[in-house]
Every structure is written in C-alpha cells, then in structure tokens.
Design a protein around this ligand. Structure first.
Ligand code: BDR
Ligand code: CA
Length: 380
C-alpha cells in the first residue's frame, strides 16, 4: 500500500513539474485522489477512458486489468502498457486476464477498433511485462489494499470480475463503488438487435456480477446506493464525439491539429505534433470511419470515457435503481440486459442504471482534463 501511495505522489510531482496540475491545486493542497482499478479491453474508447483517468488529478489508478474483448487479451495487455508508456505512467501495474469468456467462445471486434485495437494509431515501444498474477487476482489485491475505498471500473467483458468474485465473494462490500459500461436498457443493441458488446461477449460473467451485487444488497451487506452504476448504450450513445470536438481537444493541448472530414482519404494520418493527441486522432479516425460505415455519421460514441468520468463523479448522470438480469438462454435474445423497472421479480435492486446525461458537460470536462494533460506530456 505504501508503494502505491508513493507511486501516486511521484506521478503527481511529475504532473506538477510538467505544469499539468499547478493551475488546479498546489503541491501542499492536493486534491484527494480516489484509488481506481480499471478493467478494460483496449479498444479505442477504452484508451480514451484510460487517458481520462490518467489526466484526472482526483484519480489514482492503482492497477489495470486486461480483458480480451475488442482484441485478444495479449493485444489488450500490449495496448495498455504502450499507452501507459506514452502517458509517462509506467509505474501502474497491468495484469493479463483470462484467455476465454467463462463459457462462450471468444470473439473480438477488429472491424470496430482496428487490427491491433487502436485504429490507425501506433503506440511507443516498451519493455514492461504484465504482472506475475492475473487480472482476477489483481482485482482482489487492489480491493484488499484499499478496503472500502476502491473504485472499480469495467469497460470490457466482465470475465475477470466474475472470476475475482468467485475467489473473493465479499468484493461487493470491499469496493467503494463499481461502474460498468455495459448493456442496453429499453434501447437497441450494438452486437445483436438487443445485446450490447461487453455483455454479449461473456453473458455468464455479467450475470454472475449482477447476481453477486444483488445477493449482497439482499443480505444488507451493501446499501441500495452502493449497487453498480451501469452505463448502457441508451446512455453512452448520447456521447457522440465529432471531428469538431476532437479538434477542440487538440487545441486545448496546444498541439497542431486539423479538423478531420469524412471526405479525407481513409487512414489519413494525424499531423499533430503532440504525441498523445497524434495517437488519439489516429485511433479516433478509424472509429469515426467505423461509425460512418454503420450509418451513424462521421462521429464516434465514447462509451467507455463516459463510464470513466462517472466512476470519478457519479453526479454526471441521472440513474434509476432497478434489478438487472442477463438473458442467457434466449435463441434471439442471449446477452440482452433486462431491467425489472416495475419490480415484478420482487428482488432487491442490483444496479443503478444510467438514464440521463448532459453530453456538453461531459465533453467540457473531458477536454479540460485531457487537454492540459497532453500539453504537459509534450513538455515533460
Ligand atoms: C463497448 O463495446 C466496446 O467495443 C467498446 O469499447 C465499449 O466498451 C460498447 O458496446
Ligand atoms: Ca471497451
């Protein structure tokens, strides 16, 4: 634990030296940082979520779990380690997760995120390795290192969290908060007509997670407000990043930047002189093109960054408590998330489902954090 604290202080000193946090706080009066453990399947929008956390002085990222999803688990590890290298956060441990979902066959989404998961972006080389323990153990270790304090964030399939729960069933009461990007509530799916990707890849794992928190709520081990906050597609598809907003981020970072256009040649590389902005622009262009090909316009939904922002500040969204379960056997509906709004099941709420968000407020916060962070990296 002492090691984790000193890592945070070291990172903070680096940020202060780079001028990233001086405007917000002073070295004598640091914003109390909340320990955050992120479980990701990086992934373009997962990368944006991690950068948001690293840029947030109110977050202390104590560990990252890699879960196979958007790309296979080894590629997710490489992406996480490369991103940390780029962001000067090489002290954050990255763990490797399970090779496969609990019982489903593994699927990946290179069509959405690019062959290596980060669109057209290239990450710097690094020589770091994942931890000797796996992602499930990393969850348990982090929770024990920060009892009652740790914020868990999952922006990929829930495989590793389900495995962690099997090893440590008291996780629901050990965590301060859990935020999940997953599911779709009274809204269409993005993987099947009714199922969202993170749940659809490992529905059994998702069901185990909701059951575990429901059981803890039923047994009054946690309060109703402590059940997971769930950001489904009904919420996250409101967060549409456009080339104009991405351009604003480049400017906030003090970088050279060009507003992208749907008319640009596919795969046109970023001209940004800031290394982080260049990676984000190259990654986002692929994601814009994917969304365009889906008929959604030249934009991209920032599912995971919204969940990351909510993890640090739940007041960013409006939620409704309800009981959520995952369809495991339906021939057309496997992976669908069902919310029992009218309490017909008679079970305790196991989720706070996100139902309302203010997209401009989110983008304002994203740019005001990531812009100065990127600017500081260029000068460090
Ligand atoms: C989720 O699926 C993934 O492709 C994204 O990274 C996000 O976590 C959205 O359905
Ligand atoms: Ca993801």
């Amino acid at each position: 634990m002492a090691g984790l604290v000193s890592r945070r202080v070291r990172r903070r000193r680096l940020r202060v030296a780079a001028g990233i946090v001086a405007a917000v706080t002073t070295a004598h009066d640091p914003t109390p940082a909340l320990p955050v453990f992120a479980d990701v399947d990086t992934g373009v929008d997962d990368a944006m979520a991690l950068v948001y956390l690293l840029a947030s002085t109110d977050a202390d990222v104590v560990g990252i779990a890699s879960t196979g999803g958007n790309v296979d688990v080894d590629q997710v590890c490489r992406n996480n380690l490369g991103l940390l290298q780029l962001c000067g956060a090489t002290d954050i441990p990255v763990s490797r997760g399970a090779d496969q979902p609990l019982s489903a066959a593994m699927r990946t989404a290179e069509d959405t995120h690019g062959p290596a998961g980060l669109g057209y972006a290239e990450l710097p080389r690094h020589d770091r390795e994942p931890t000797s323990y796996d992602s499930a153990e990393a969850w348990v270790r982090a929770a024990h290192a920060h009892p009652g304090e740790l914020i868990g964030l999952v922006t990929g399939p829930l495989t590793n969290l389900a495995l962690a729960l099997r090893a440590e069933p008291t996780l629901p009461s050990l965590l301060r908060r859990l935020v999940i990007m997953g599911g779709s509530f009274d809204y269409r799916g993005n993987t099947t007509p009714v199922a969202e990707w993170n749940i659809s890849v490992d529905p059994e794992a998702a069901a185990e997670v909701f059951t575990a928190w429901g059981r803890a709520a039923d047994a009054k081990q946690i309060a109703v407000q402590d059940v997971p906050i769930v950001c489904g597609l009904n919420l996250t598809e409101n967060i549409a990043l456009t080339p104009a907003i991405l351009h604003r981020l480049g400017i906030a970072a003090g970088s050279s930047t060009m507003a992208m256009s749907v008319l640009d040649a596919r795969g046109t590389h970023s001209v940004a002189d800031n290394p982080l902005i260049r990676v984000l622009e190259d990654a986002m262009r692929f994601y814009f093109e994917f969304h365009f090909d889906q008929g959604e316009g030249f934009l991209a939904h920032l599912h995971d960054p919204l969940a990351a922002a909510v993890a640090l500040d739940p007041a960013l969204i409006g939620t409704r408590p309800t009981t959520v379960d995952v369809e495991l056997t339906g021939t057309l509906t496997r992976g669908m998330t069902i919310a029992d709004w009218s309490r017909r099941w008679g079970r305790a709420p196991n989720a706070q489902v996100g139902v309302q968000v203010d997209p401009p407020a989110f983008f304002e916060r994203f740019i005001s954090r990531v812009g100065p962070f990127a600017r500081g990296l260029a000068h460090s």
